[in-house]
Design a binder for this molecule. Structure first.
Ligand SMILES: Cc1cc2nc3c(=O)[nH]c(=O)nc-3n(C[C@H](O)[C@H](O)[C@H](O)COP(=O)(O)OP(=O)(O)OC[C@H]3O[C@@H](n4cnc5c(N)ncnc54)[C@H](O)[C@@H]3O)c2cc1C
Length: 407
């Protein structure tokens, strides 16, 4: 059977592209490795599916690490509002929750998946399951796609929508990288992203579960600053997590150093000056009582800090020595964590790295190396922050590609 387009992968990017192409009257087939579609979509947002984010689309641009330039066009062509409107039309109304995250009102990722599957069905986009594609070849401008089981399919165009390498038990084992590499594409080394880190320092591990609403985090490599961010931070039993860590893992490697400012937006100098001015005046007041003025600091955290610095828990402000005060300022505003590890692909919500963007036209998602070949979604060297940015990228890139192919 010969198709106008064959899409490899029935995740959100592949299904959305299939629905658009089907609607445009194109003969389209999706080949899916698993026995069902959208396994990763089903677990996304803890099964509730945070499928995009609120606010102006311009605020999305900085949410994709160093790839703002590439993704901007797709995001402005098919925006977060377009995504919300699309699902609304397909019978999935949404609601915005904490920090602007947008979910289906039902809080069921299955509803998002069903809407995509219904769209495919309505527009006669075929889906074949248990079809693991392992080879693509081209002869006379016609692509031949071969599955592991030896089945062959033919198409004028191919869309690789196989996702990344994270959560491999859900079907994403990096096959798309091999397929693209076999057709001459460079692959940027895949790296786990949106995951936790483990640290050599274990001082705060007993406080596992305690979080800071807005901590400043700076990443250092070879004593050079790599990136600086702020956001919610969580202590874990082996290190650190929370959105500010998850969003930064795309840049992190074992051996890197993090400095954490628990008093953000105050900085080292501001806290040093405040302490120098105020603490000596507090006389017999307990240092722990004085520290209460900083809302972000819980009592158990302050106690752990003092114990760690060897300062008695009943220390009065008057008796705090200058070196102790300095150590306290440093611990609260520039606390050092040396990274011993980054959560692996089994815990990473997305994969950083992937098909090199230099080979892809950002206005069509067509390969610059191979005419007729397109790449969409997470298989590309694109990874977004937590908050619905990855699914939005999947929809926006799929839209660009499918609209181009619909012409
Ligand atoms: C636990 C978890 C929670 C997440 N939560 C969110 C969230 O709340 N919001 C958000 O925006 N993002 C979230 N993400 C990320 C988001 O799910 C992905 O970025 C998104 O699913 C990528 O879509 P995709 O279509 O590109 O790839 P995928 O969803 O990975 O789909 C790729 C499909 O291709 C198939 N495939 C792979 N290889 C082959 C092959 N050789 N032949 C045939 N088929 C193949 C796979 O089986 C799969 O079905 C989460 C991810 C995880 C793991």
């Amino acid at each position: 059977m010969h198709y106008h387009t064959i899409i490899i992968g029935a995740g959100p990017a592949g299904l959305f592209a299939a629905g658009i192409l089907g609607k445009a009257g194109k003969k389209v087939l999706v080949l899916e490795k698993n026995s069902q579609a959208g396994k990763k979509l089903l677990v996304s947002g803890s099964g509730q599916c945070n499928f995009t984010h609120g606010g102006p689309i311009e605020e999305f641009f900085g949410r994709y690490g160093d790839h703002k330039k590439f993704i901007k066009r797709a995001l402005t062509t098919f925006t977060n509002e377009d995504t919300v409107r699309f699902f609304e039309r397909e019978g999935v109304s949404s609601e915005m929750r904490e920090n602007g995250k947008i979910f289906p009102k039902s809080l069921k990722s299955g509803d998002v998946l069903n809407a995509l599957l219904m769209m495919c069905k309505k527009h006669n986009a075929e889906i074949a399951y248990n079809q693991s594609v392992h080879q693509i070849s081209l002869y006379d401008e016609i692509f031949t796609i071969e599955t592991e089981a030896g089945k062959r399919y033919f198409a004028d165009h191919i869309i690789i929508a196989t996702g990344g390498k994270s959560f491999p038990h859900l079907g994403c084992t990096g096959d798309g990288y091999h397929l693209a590499a076999s057709l001459g594409h460079d692959i940027v080394e895949p790296h786990p992203a949106l995951t936790y880190v483990t640290t050599h320092e274990r001082t705060y591990c007993p406080l596992s579960g305690i979080s800071f609403k807005d901590a400043g985090v700076t990443l250092w490599r070879d004593n050079k600053k790599v990136v600086e961010r702020h956001g919610s931070l969580l202590f874990t039993h082996k290190g650190l997590s929370g959105p500010v860590i998850l969003d930064g893992t795309r840049w992190m490697s074992p051996g890197d150093k993090l400095t954490v400012n628990f008093l953000y937006p105050l900085n080292y100098e501001m806290v040093r000056d405040q302490f120098a001015k105020e603490i000596p005046q507090r006389g017999k007041e307990a240092l722990l009582t004085y520290l209460k003025k900083y809302e972000s600091l819980t009592r158990s955290f302050c106690e752990t800090v003092l114990e760690h610095l060897g300062i008695p828990l009943d220390q009065t402000c008057a008796r705090l020595s200058k070196p102790e005060r300095e150590a306290l300022v440093v611990e609260l505003t520039k606390c050092t964590f040396n990274l011993s590890g980054i959560g692996g692909m089994n815990s990473a919500m997305v994969t950083a790295g992937g098909i090199a963007l230099k080979h892809i036209n950002p206005t069509t998602m067509e390969s610059r190396k191979q005419k007729g070949l397109y790449c969409v979604g997470e298989v590309l060297d694109i990874d977004g922050d937590t908050g619905g940015y990855n699914l939005q990228a999947a929809f926006s890139t799929a839209y660009m590609c499918a609209k181009h192919l619909s012409k």
